[in-house]
Ligand binder design. Structure first.
Ligand code: NAD
Ligand code: ZN
Ligand code: ZN
Length: 396
């Protein structure tokens, strides 16, 4: 089959790779009809190179049709139309039963000290081949795959795999009260869904920060107030001004490691990437290439006693944090990977409403054959050509 493979830093290519096969009794094979590129793929593309091997198949946002099932794949049947959560969870361990599927004890990679296995996400997360491919092997198929209606465009449901539950969880973790003010840093696909989720969950006012015209304009079209980083150097101060000096009740961080375009991050990255892999890994964990500007601005922009919800991915194990500020402000901080399967039922019900209130079908700006994935990574990374989200179509 054809699949998108990582070949080196900022280098991906489409290759012929062996078709996946059923390996465990609860596996299924899914033929992919749509698969998206995520901001997390950009971390793999660039910053997390030390964890990848040439030939690794990327992709963790995909949906399609079941073509094969193992004998223990529950009620999944050949022909079912499914969307597959990016974290692989079993549904019956302690963590899954308390709604922390991202920490699934059955699939977690104990040797690496990390949470649940993930599709297309390096050896850190189980080295499971990803979904930017024609076919995918889906472990834990008795629990993970979400059956979606036969009717309706793929894109109505595709984002249940990751960014919609991620944005939804970001808002849930932000402790939104009726009429509270929520600030969102980052208006990539995750930030877009976080702002819409905050409104849907009852926020009175949502203020969002970014520096890309199309992303700011899209947010405004959903009733979000925006701050353009190119014009406002201190967004936290601007948020305080807009909230009577107090700050936002809740702040969501949806930026993550932005190695691209930050001079400090670019320099650190260039140096570390020349080192042998084990050393490069240690450096990645201990420095973090993040410009961290967005993260620190979140702690600044939140009001005293408020909540910061972090969904942007951070890879530096020792990023310097302002503990004094966080302690003194009496903050609540919640973070982590989306527990996708915890939210899919309530989100599927919203997606089935007629009017696509969350705007899922209109999010993607780029629809391309899988073969065009290498240039699509670049376009998405550089935010060129009005690119907000890329959906790839294997077999086209
Ligand atoms: P993206 O790269 O398209 O979006 C990031 C946005 O942040 C961009 O629009 C960029 O212009 C903006 N930005 C950069 N610096 C900023 C700053 N200082 N202040 C405000 N905005 C700034 O990516 P995405 O797909 O939206 O993903 C965002 C983050 O969420 C990534 O780190 C990704 O890995 C992470 N993520 C987490 C989960 C999870 O389970 N927690 C799931 C999916 C994605
Ligand atoms: Zn993703
Ligand atoms: Zn589990």
């Amino acid at each position: 089959m054809r699949a998108l493979t990582w070949q080196g830093t900022e280098k991906v290519s489409i290759e012929d790779v062996p078709d996946p096969r059923i390996e465990a009794a609860n596996d299924a094979i899914v033929q992919v009809t749509s698969t998206a590129i995520c901001g997390s793929d950009l971390h793999l593309y660039k910053v997390l190179g030390p964890y990848l091997q040439p030939g690794d198949v990327l992709g963790h946002e995909f949906m399609g049709v079941v073509t094969e099932v193992g004998p223990e794949a529950g009620d999944l049947r050949v022909g079912d139309r499914v969307v597959v959560p990016f974290n692989i969870s079993c549904g019956h361990c302690f963590m899954c039963t308390i709604g922390k599927q991202s920490q699934c004890e059955t699939t977690q990679v104990r040797s690496k000290g990390m949470g649940a296995s993930l599709f297309g996400f390096t050896s850190l997360y189980g080295a499971v081949p990803g979904g930017q491919a024609e076919l995918v092997r889906v472990p834990q198929a008795q629990y993970g795959p979400v059956k979606v209606p036969e009717h309706g465009a793929d894109e109505r449901y595709l984002y249940l795999s990751d960014i919609l539950p991620t944005g939804w969880q970001a808002a849930k973790y932000a402790d939104i009260q009726p009429d509270s003010t929520v600030a969102v840093f980052g208006l990539g696909p995750v930030g877009q869904f976080a702002t819409r989720s905050a409104l849907r969950q009852g926020a009175g006012r949502v203020i969002a920060v970014d520096r890309v015209d199309e992303r700011l304009a899209l947010a405004r079209s959903f009733g979000i107030e925006t701050i353009d980083l190119r014009e406002v150097k201190d967004p936290a101060a601007a948020i305080k001004d807009m909230t009577g000096g107090r700050g936002a009740d809740s702040v969501i961080e949806a930026v993550g490691m932005e190695a691209h375009g930050s001079p400090v991050a670019e320099t650190a990255f260039a140096v570390v990437n020349k080192l042998p892999k084990p050393l490069a890994r240690a450096m990645t964990e201990n420095i973090g290439f993040d410009q961290l500007a967005a993260l620190h601005a979140c702690f600044d922009a939140v009001r005293r006693g408020g909540t910061v919800s972090v969904v942007g991915v951070y890879g530096g194990a020792a990023d310097p944090m302002n503990m004094m500020l966080m302690f003194d402000k009496n903050l609540t901080i919640r973070m982590g990977q989306a527990n996708v399967r915890q939210w899919t039922d309530e989100l599927l019900a919203i997606l089935e409403e007629d009017d696509d209130v969350l705007g899922a079908e209109s999010l993607a700006t780029h629809h391309l054959p899988l073969e065009d994935a290498p240039s699509a990574y670049e376009t998405f990374q550089k935010k060129e050509d009005g690119c907000i989200k890329v959906v790839l179509k294997p077999g086209e």
